[in-house]
Design a protein around this ligand. Structure first.
Ligand code: ADP
Ligand code: MG
Length: 248
């Protein structure tokens, strides 16, 4: 599936005037795209518009040609702050969307089991979120998003709060899953290494007003491996992205 941002602008009222958070952003996303840029450049706003949580001031977003008017089951959203239902167990959280979709109980259990296993939380299926580490909560949020099988994943700094090792593990797991389903992913991060490691294309944004500064192709094969992560080719692209972000 394809997400198309067409001349998307967003402004907010500010001290009697207006503040332009996004200025005519046009972008097509298929496959795996990461978005990097300084704090406040409008990354989350752009993703919330794609999620249908925010309406743009002008311009439009379409999914396979259909204009987005609100959230939908075709788009799974994962935020940095887990956003799990605290009163539900891991299993309850993962089953939640399936129950909303009217899936029968036995089938729901089966599907939830599959995704809980996929993210390595089988031993914690009956645990409440408050008893889990940050990494485990985020695994649960990922399983919950995957369970409803959205064609598009929208991820807003999903690994931003995690330690470096957990982050690398979740990156690899995300890529493993992605290589079998090849769904469309829009992944926001402020980590340049993460942006390059995951993506086919890195979109670099600039602030004031929020806009696309540069789109950098990551011409590295999948599956991405540690060898690729440590290669001179990777370093060259990382440096290019770094430059675009920090010396724009
Ligand atoms: P990023 O995710 O890149 O850090 P955001 O999309 O969160 O940036 O925000 C972009 C800019 O828009 C910021 O300056 C932020 O303060 C402003 N902004 C975001 N949402 C609102 C809102 N609802 N009202 C006013 N200003 C907002
Ligand atoms: Mg943000």
């Amino acid at each position: 599936m394809k997400i198309s941002f067409q001349q998307v602008s967003q402004s907010f009222p500010l001290q009697g005037g207006t503040f332009t958070a996004l200025d005519r952003v046009s972008l097509d996303i298929e496959e795996f795209v990461t978005v990097v840029g300084p704090s406040g450049c409008g990354k989350s706003t752009l993703m919330n518009i794609a999620a249908g949580l925010v309406s743009p001031t002008s311009g439009r977003v379409a999914v396979d040609g259909e204009e987005v008017h609100g959230p939908g089951p075709d788009r799974g959203v994962i935020f940095q702050q887990y956003a799990l239902f605290p009163w539900l167990t891991v299993r309850g959280n993962v089953e939640f969307g399936l129950r909303l979709a009217g899936m029968p109980r036995a089938r729901r259990r089966e599907v939830a089991e599959h995704y809980i296993d996929l993210v390595g939380l089988s031993d914690f299926a009956d645990a409440l979120p408050k008893t889990l580490s940050g990494g485990m909560k985020q695994r649960c949020a990922i399983a919950r998003a995957y369970a409803v099988d959205p064609k598009i994943l929208l991820m807003d700094e999903p690994f931003g709060a995690l330690d470096a090792l957990t982050r690398v593990q979740l990156q690899d797991q995300l890529l493993r899953t992605w290589s079998s389903d090849r769904r469309t992913v829009m992944f926001i991060t402020h980590d340049v290494d993460e942006a390059v490691y995951l993506a086919r294309r890195v979109v670099v944004m600039a602030a004031r007003p929020g806009r696309i500064q540069q789109v950098i192709e990551v011409d590295l094969p999948y599956p991405r491996t540690e060898e690729i992560r440590l290669s001179p080719e990777f370093a060259a692209i990382r440096n290019q992205v770094w430059h675009a972000v920090y010396h724009q």
